[in-house]
Design a protein around this ligand. Structure first.
Ligand code: ATP
Length: 303
Protein backbone atom coordinates (compact mmCIF):
# COMPACT_ATOMS: atom_id res chain seq x y z
CA UNK A 1 0.00 0.00 0.00
CA UNK A 2 1.37 3.41 -0.94
CA UNK A 3 2.17 5.72 1.94
CA UNK A 4 0.62 8.87 0.51
CA UNK A 5 -2.93 9.51 -0.65
CA UNK A 6 -1.87 12.51 -2.72
CA UNK A 7 1.54 13.60 -4.00
CA UNK A 8 2.25 16.89 -5.74
CA UNK A 9 5.71 17.42 -7.25
CA UNK A 10 6.75 20.79 -8.64
CA UNK A 11 3.12 21.70 -9.37
CA UNK A 12 2.66 25.20 -10.78
CA UNK A 13 -0.22 27.14 -12.19
CA UNK A 14 0.09 30.65 -13.57
CA UNK A 15 -2.98 32.81 -13.75
CA UNK A 16 -2.93 36.48 -14.75
CA UNK A 17 -3.27 37.61 -11.13
CA UNK A 18 -2.14 34.58 -9.19
CA UNK A 19 0.81 32.24 -9.22
CA UNK A 20 0.29 28.88 -7.52
CA UNK A 21 3.34 26.85 -6.58
CA UNK A 22 5.75 25.34 -7.10
CA UNK A 23 3.99 22.96 -4.72
CA UNK A 24 5.73 19.88 -3.36
CA UNK A 25 3.28 18.28 -1.01
CA UNK A 26 2.54 14.79 0.25
CA UNK A 27 -0.73 14.02 2.00
CA UNK A 28 -0.38 10.94 4.23
CA UNK A 29 -2.81 8.07 3.84
CA UNK A 30 -5.07 7.10 6.75
CA UNK A 31 -5.11 10.54 8.39
CA UNK A 32 -6.93 13.86 8.36
CA UNK A 33 -4.89 16.71 6.94
CA UNK A 34 -6.10 20.30 7.07
CA UNK A 35 -4.86 23.04 4.77
CA UNK A 36 -5.01 26.41 6.49
CA UNK A 37 -4.12 29.82 5.14
CA UNK A 38 -5.43 33.31 4.43
CA UNK A 39 -8.22 33.97 1.90
CA UNK A 40 -7.01 33.64 -1.66
CA UNK A 41 -3.80 31.75 -0.80
CA UNK A 42 -4.68 28.93 -3.22
CA UNK A 43 -6.39 26.24 -1.12
CA UNK A 44 -9.39 25.72 -3.40
CA UNK A 45 -7.21 26.00 -6.51
CA UNK A 46 -5.02 23.20 -5.15
CA UNK A 47 -8.13 21.05 -4.64
CA UNK A 48 -9.16 21.77 -8.23
CA UNK A 49 -5.84 20.45 -9.49
CA UNK A 50 -6.05 17.31 -7.32
CA UNK A 51 -9.46 16.55 -8.83
CA UNK A 52 -8.38 17.36 -12.39
CA UNK A 53 -10.98 20.15 -12.55
CA UNK A 54 -8.09 22.30 -13.67
CA UNK A 55 -4.67 21.49 -15.19
CA UNK A 56 -1.31 22.54 -13.78
CA UNK A 57 1.14 24.34 -16.09
CA UNK A 58 3.99 22.25 -14.69
CA UNK A 59 4.63 19.37 -12.31
CA UNK A 60 2.94 16.08 -11.60
CA UNK A 61 0.09 14.92 -9.36
CA UNK A 62 -0.65 11.42 -8.09
CA UNK A 63 -3.90 10.57 -6.31
CA UNK A 64 -4.26 7.17 -4.57
CA UNK A 65 -1.20 6.04 -6.52
CA UNK A 66 -2.57 7.05 -9.94
CA UNK A 67 -0.97 9.82 -12.01
CA UNK A 68 -3.33 12.52 -13.30
CA UNK A 69 -1.16 13.38 -16.34
CA UNK A 70 -3.77 12.00 -18.78
CA UNK A 71 -6.77 13.23 -16.78
CA UNK A 72 -8.54 11.51 -13.90
CA UNK A 73 -9.55 7.88 -14.62
CA UNK A 74 -13.25 7.14 -13.94
CA UNK A 75 -12.36 4.29 -11.59
CA UNK A 76 -10.25 6.67 -9.54
CA UNK A 77 -13.05 9.27 -9.40
CA UNK A 78 -15.31 6.66 -7.84
CA UNK A 79 -12.86 6.24 -4.96
CA UNK A 80 -13.02 9.96 -4.11
CA UNK A 81 -15.66 12.10 -2.36
CA UNK A 82 -15.63 15.87 -2.82
CA UNK A 83 -17.47 18.64 -1.03
CA UNK A 84 -16.80 21.89 -2.94
CA UNK A 85 -16.78 25.25 -1.19
CA UNK A 86 -19.82 26.38 -3.21
CA UNK A 87 -22.64 24.12 -4.44
CA UNK A 88 -23.16 24.09 -8.22
CA UNK A 89 -25.90 26.56 -9.12
CA UNK A 90 -26.85 24.49 -12.19
CA UNK A 91 -28.17 21.84 -9.78
CA UNK A 92 -30.49 24.32 -8.02
CA UNK A 93 -33.60 23.05 -9.78
CA UNK A 94 -32.81 19.42 -8.96
CA UNK A 95 -34.43 17.69 -6.00
CA UNK A 96 -32.18 16.07 -3.39
CA UNK A 97 -33.63 12.69 -4.28
CA UNK A 98 -32.69 13.25 -7.96
CA UNK A 99 -29.10 14.11 -7.16
CA UNK A 100 -28.90 11.05 -4.89
CA UNK A 101 -30.30 8.85 -7.68
CA UNK A 102 -27.63 10.14 -10.04
CA UNK A 103 -24.90 9.38 -7.52
CA UNK A 104 -26.34 5.92 -6.82
CA UNK A 105 -26.14 5.18 -10.54
CA UNK A 106 -22.62 6.53 -10.92
CA UNK A 107 -20.84 5.37 -7.73
CA UNK A 108 -20.50 1.59 -7.33
CA UNK A 109 -19.97 1.99 -3.60
CA UNK A 110 -23.20 3.98 -3.04
CA UNK A 111 -24.88 2.65 0.06
CA UNK A 112 -28.49 3.69 0.32
CA UNK A 113 -28.73 2.76 4.00
CA UNK A 114 -25.67 4.82 4.76
CA UNK A 115 -27.11 7.75 2.78
CA UNK A 116 -30.46 7.60 4.59
CA UNK A 117 -28.71 7.29 7.94
CA UNK A 118 -26.59 10.36 7.21
CA UNK A 119 -29.70 12.35 6.25
CA UNK A 120 -31.42 11.19 9.43
CA UNK A 121 -28.51 12.16 11.69
CA UNK A 122 -28.10 15.51 9.93
CA UNK A 123 -31.86 16.11 9.88
CA UNK A 124 -32.09 16.75 6.14
CA UNK A 125 -35.16 16.26 4.00
CA UNK A 126 -33.97 15.39 0.47
CA UNK A 127 -37.44 15.75 -1.00
CA UNK A 128 -36.93 19.43 -1.83
CA UNK A 129 -35.24 21.33 -4.66
CA UNK A 130 -31.59 21.97 -3.80
CA UNK A 131 -31.98 25.69 -4.60
CA UNK A 132 -34.85 25.95 -2.08
CA UNK A 133 -32.86 24.49 0.80
CA UNK A 134 -31.37 26.88 3.36
CA UNK A 135 -27.59 27.36 3.07
CA UNK A 136 -26.84 25.07 6.03
CA UNK A 137 -29.39 22.46 4.92
CA UNK A 138 -27.85 22.35 1.43
CA UNK A 139 -24.40 22.05 2.97
CA UNK A 140 -25.51 19.09 5.11
CA UNK A 141 -27.14 17.47 2.09
CA UNK A 142 -24.02 17.88 -0.09
CA UNK A 143 -21.90 16.57 2.78
CA UNK A 144 -24.05 13.43 3.08
CA UNK A 145 -23.85 12.89 -0.69
CA UNK A 146 -20.04 13.21 -0.69
CA UNK A 147 -19.82 10.48 1.98
CA UNK A 148 -22.55 8.02 0.98
CA UNK A 149 -20.34 5.97 -1.35
CA UNK A 150 -17.78 5.53 1.47
CA UNK A 151 -14.88 6.99 -0.54
CA UNK A 152 -11.27 6.13 0.29
CA UNK A 153 -10.34 9.78 -0.10
CA UNK A 154 -12.56 12.64 0.98
CA UNK A 155 -11.80 16.23 -0.04
CA UNK A 156 -13.73 18.77 2.00
CA UNK A 157 -13.48 22.46 1.14
CA UNK A 158 -14.53 24.48 4.21
CA UNK A 159 -16.84 21.69 5.40
CA UNK A 160 -18.51 23.58 8.24
CA UNK A 161 -19.27 26.72 6.25
CA UNK A 162 -22.87 27.77 7.03
CA UNK A 163 -23.49 25.07 9.65
CA UNK A 164 -24.97 25.87 13.05
CA UNK A 165 -22.99 24.69 16.11
CA UNK A 166 -25.08 21.56 16.59
CA UNK A 167 -24.77 20.52 12.93
CA UNK A 168 -21.03 21.26 13.16
CA UNK A 169 -20.68 18.88 16.14
CA UNK A 170 -22.62 16.20 14.29
CA UNK A 171 -20.39 16.61 11.24
CA UNK A 172 -17.27 16.20 13.40
CA UNK A 173 -18.70 12.98 14.92
CA UNK A 174 -19.55 11.61 11.47
CA UNK A 175 -16.04 12.33 10.23
CA UNK A 176 -14.42 10.72 13.27
CA UNK A 177 -16.54 7.61 12.72
CA UNK A 178 -15.73 7.60 9.01
CA UNK A 179 -12.01 7.50 9.91
CA UNK A 180 -12.42 4.60 12.38
CA UNK A 181 -11.48 1.98 9.78
CA UNK A 182 -7.98 3.41 9.55
CA UNK A 183 -7.51 3.18 5.77
CA UNK A 184 -9.37 6.33 4.77
CA UNK A 185 -7.99 9.79 4.16
CA UNK A 186 -9.48 13.24 4.53
CA UNK A 187 -7.98 16.40 3.11
CA UNK A 188 -9.85 19.50 4.15
CA UNK A 189 -9.47 23.26 4.13
CA UNK A 190 -10.61 25.27 7.08
CA UNK A 191 -10.57 28.72 8.64
CA UNK A 192 -12.03 27.49 11.93
CA UNK A 193 -9.33 26.97 14.52
CA UNK A 194 -11.47 24.72 16.69
CA UNK A 195 -12.34 22.54 13.70
CA UNK A 196 -8.70 22.08 12.75
CA UNK A 197 -7.79 21.28 16.36
CA UNK A 198 -10.63 18.78 16.74
CA UNK A 199 -10.14 17.01 13.42
CA UNK A 200 -6.70 17.32 11.89
CA UNK A 201 -3.75 14.98 12.41
CA UNK A 202 -1.56 17.04 10.07
CA UNK A 203 -1.67 20.74 9.25
CA UNK A 204 -0.46 22.31 6.00
CA UNK A 205 0.12 26.07 6.14
CA UNK A 206 -0.30 27.88 2.84
CA UNK A 207 0.28 31.51 1.92
CA UNK A 208 0.39 33.31 -1.43
CA UNK A 209 0.24 30.11 -3.45
CA UNK A 210 3.02 28.38 -1.56
CA UNK A 211 3.27 25.81 1.22
CA UNK A 212 4.95 27.31 4.30
CA UNK A 213 5.18 23.99 6.13
CA UNK A 214 3.53 20.67 7.00
CA UNK A 215 3.30 19.74 10.66
CA UNK A 216 1.98 16.91 12.79
CA UNK A 217 -0.67 18.61 14.96
CA UNK A 218 0.47 17.50 18.42
CA UNK A 219 4.10 18.24 17.59
CA UNK A 220 3.07 21.67 16.32
CA UNK A 221 1.12 22.62 19.43
CA UNK A 222 3.82 21.08 21.63
CA UNK A 223 6.59 23.20 20.15
CA UNK A 224 5.18 26.72 19.77
CA UNK A 225 5.08 28.59 23.07
CA UNK A 226 5.41 32.07 24.48
CA UNK A 227 7.79 31.95 27.41
CA UNK A 228 7.97 34.63 30.07
CA UNK A 229 11.59 34.64 31.16
CA UNK A 230 13.35 36.82 33.69
CA UNK A 231 16.92 37.42 34.81
CA UNK A 232 19.12 40.28 36.01
CA UNK A 233 21.35 39.83 32.95
CA UNK A 234 18.49 39.49 30.46
CA UNK A 235 18.08 42.10 27.72
CA UNK A 236 16.43 42.15 24.28
CA UNK A 237 19.63 41.08 22.48
CA UNK A 238 20.19 38.09 24.77
CA UNK A 239 16.49 37.13 24.59
CA UNK A 240 16.75 37.09 20.78
CA UNK A 241 19.31 34.27 21.12
CA UNK A 242 16.69 31.81 22.41
CA UNK A 243 16.45 28.73 20.11
CA UNK A 244 13.52 29.03 17.71
CA UNK A 245 12.97 32.66 18.74
CA UNK A 246 10.38 34.48 16.64
CA UNK A 247 9.41 37.49 18.70
CA UNK A 248 10.70 39.30 21.77
CA UNK A 249 8.87 41.89 23.86
CA UNK A 250 9.82 43.57 27.12
CA UNK A 251 7.20 42.57 29.69
CA UNK A 252 8.36 44.96 32.44
CA UNK A 253 11.18 44.81 35.00
CA UNK A 254 13.63 42.06 34.14
CA UNK A 255 11.02 39.92 32.35
CA UNK A 256 10.81 39.30 28.60
CA UNK A 257 8.03 37.67 26.62
CA UNK A 258 9.73 35.45 24.04
CA UNK A 259 7.94 33.38 21.42
CA UNK A 260 9.64 30.21 20.23
CA UNK A 261 8.93 27.45 17.72
CA UNK A 262 11.27 25.04 19.60
CA UNK A 263 9.97 25.08 23.16
CA UNK A 264 11.96 22.11 24.52
CA UNK A 265 15.32 23.51 23.34
CA UNK A 266 14.28 27.00 24.44
CA UNK A 267 13.62 25.81 27.99
CA UNK A 268 16.99 24.06 28.11
CA UNK A 269 18.57 27.32 26.97
CA UNK A 270 16.77 29.20 29.79
CA UNK A 271 18.22 26.79 32.35
CA UNK A 272 21.73 26.85 30.82
CA UNK A 273 21.75 30.67 30.81
CA UNK A 274 20.78 30.72 34.49
CA UNK A 275 17.49 32.51 33.72
CA UNK A 276 14.10 31.92 35.35
CA UNK A 277 11.10 30.60 33.46
CA UNK A 278 8.22 32.57 34.98
CA UNK A 279 5.42 31.05 32.88
CA UNK A 280 4.66 29.46 29.51
CA UNK A 281 1.68 29.87 27.21
CA UNK A 282 0.85 27.60 24.26
CA UNK A 283 0.23 29.44 20.98
CA UNK A 284 -3.07 29.19 19.16
CA UNK A 285 -3.20 28.13 15.52
CA UNK A 286 -3.78 31.68 14.26
CA UNK A 287 -0.82 32.96 16.27
CA UNK A 288 1.40 30.21 14.80
CA UNK A 289 0.13 31.12 11.33
CA UNK A 290 0.96 34.81 11.91
CA UNK A 291 4.46 33.94 13.14
CA UNK A 292 5.07 31.69 10.11
CA UNK A 293 3.82 34.41 7.75
CA UNK A 294 6.12 36.94 9.39
CA UNK A 295 9.11 34.58 9.13
CA UNK A 296 8.26 33.92 5.49
CA UNK A 297 8.07 37.64 4.67
CA UNK A 298 11.36 38.26 6.46
CA UNK A 299 13.15 35.41 4.67
CA UNK A 300 11.78 36.59 1.30
CA UNK A 301 13.09 40.05 2.01
CA UNK A 302 16.53 38.63 2.72
CA UNK A 303 16.74 36.71 -0.59
N1 ATP B 1 -11.21 30.41 -12.02
C1 ATP B 1 -10.29 31.30 -11.68
N2 ATP B 1 -9.71 32.10 -12.61
C2 ATP B 1 -8.78 33.00 -12.30
N3 ATP B 1 -8.34 33.20 -11.02
C3 ATP B 1 -8.88 32.47 -10.07
C4 ATP B 1 -9.87 31.47 -10.32
N4 ATP B 1 -10.21 30.89 -9.14
C5 ATP B 1 -9.46 31.49 -8.20
N5 ATP B 1 -8.66 32.42 -8.74
C6 ATP B 1 -7.67 33.25 -8.02
O1 ATP B 1 -6.73 32.35 -7.48
C7 ATP B 1 -6.33 32.79 -6.18
C8 ATP B 1 -6.50 31.65 -5.18
O2 ATP B 1 -7.88 31.39 -4.98
P1 ATP B 1 -8.41 30.15 -4.15
O3 ATP B 1 -9.89 30.13 -4.30
O4 ATP B 1 -7.64 28.95 -4.52
O5 ATP B 1 -7.99 30.58 -2.67
P2 ATP B 1 -8.45 29.98 -1.26
O6 ATP B 1 -7.20 29.84 -0.47
O7 ATP B 1 -9.29 28.78 -1.44
O8 ATP B 1 -9.31 31.19 -0.70
P3 ATP B 1 -10.55 31.23 0.35
O9 ATP B 1 -9.96 30.98 1.70
O10 ATP B 1 -11.02 32.64 0.21
O11 ATP B 1 -11.55 30.22 -0.08
C9 ATP B 1 -7.13 34.03 -5.87
O12 ATP B 1 -6.30 35.16 -6.11
C10 ATP B 1 -8.28 34.00 -6.84
O13 ATP B 1 -8.67 35.29 -7.19
Amino acid sequence: MEEYAIELSGVMQNRPNFKLGPLDLQIPKGFITAIVGPNGCGKSSTFGLMLDLDKPDAGSIEVLGEPLAQGIPTELKKRIGYLPEQPSSHEDGMKGTEKAAFHRFWYDGWDVNRYRELLRILEVDDNQALGKMSKGMRRKFEFAVSLAHAPELLLLDEPSSGLDPLAWKTMIEILHRYMDRGDRTILMTSHIIEEVKRLADYIVFMAQGRVLGVYEKDELFGSWFTLFVSGEELNAKKAAGMPGQCGVEHAGGTTYRITTSRAAEAEEWVAEEGLTLVSRQALELDEIMSALLLQDRLSNRLI
